[in-house]
Design a protein around this ligand. Sequence first.
Ligand SMILES: Nc1ncnc2c1ncn2[C@@H]1O[C@H](COP(=O)(O)OP(=O)(O)OP(=O)(O)O)[C@@H](O)[C@H]1O
Ligand SMILES: [Mg+2]
Length: 262
Amino acid sequence: MKHKVISFANQKGGVGKTTTCINLAGALSHTGKSILLIDMDYQSNLTLGVGIEPETVERGMGELLLFGDVSFRDIILKSSISDADIAPGTMSLSKVDINIASRRERHSILHDKLIEVKDKYDYVFIDCPPAFNLLTINALSASDGVLIPVQCYPYSLSGLNTLLEIIEDIRYAYNFDLEIVGIIPTAYDTNTRISGEVLNELHRRYGGKVYETVIKKSVKVAEAPIHQKPIVDYAPWHPVARAYTELAREFLKREGERVYKV
Ligand SMILES: Nc1ncnc2c1ncn2[C@@H]1O[C@H](COP(=O)(O)OP(=O)(O)OP(=O)(O)O)[C@@H](O)[C@H]1O
Ligand SMILES: [Mg+2]
């Protein structure tokens, strides 16, 4: 395993960060991997997506980042994915940026608190908000790798170079271990030419960083909030569920892990 703590990041909104995080975790849990999911977005879509109503959460990631005496052990809950726990998102995450801005350790709060629990899991997946703020900086400072979902839509590539530059800046400023794990093409629409063009351009620009597995656009994915679990669990027979299983297989292969059964 090359990367243990992995952020799902892209400053563009609605590109599939949360969806990829939930479904890759779901598919990996079927191979026996244990995962800690961390929701860094006050929208709390990851939390909801794995069966926890954010309104019912008393202490979550917001409190963990704001208060010195709150630890991961106080906030971690069981998720709807077998073998995956969740450090839930809460509305208070929206207050974190302004409250920690003047602290000296503002970029490393997550990193420091994660040390206590990360060895209990095979992987730790951090779902980032669609912004470059201190939440994303905390996530990237705590990570060994970044997975970047990109929708195969027009204009999806604009901003990608900036994202890679910022990741490079964070590497030099805070975390020299940070690597790009891969770029995952999502929402590929077989009915439009533009999806194929975007995919070709991704391969031309970023070569081997781009995953071979492509997640197609499917209404089955958009149904996920109703089910509050990964598609590999609520519709395992569906082609898009099989694509996530394939994504997990490619992920493990790239991580240098033996793939016995996915
Ligand atoms: N392959 C797909 N096919 C169809 N819809 C998809 C697919 N992947 C994601 N979606 C839908 O696109 C929307 C955005 O996805 P998601 O929430 O995962 O993006 P995000 O990058 O996490 O968004 P945000 O930046 O707001 O956190 C969701 O409604 C999701 O259901
Ligand atoms: Mg999201």
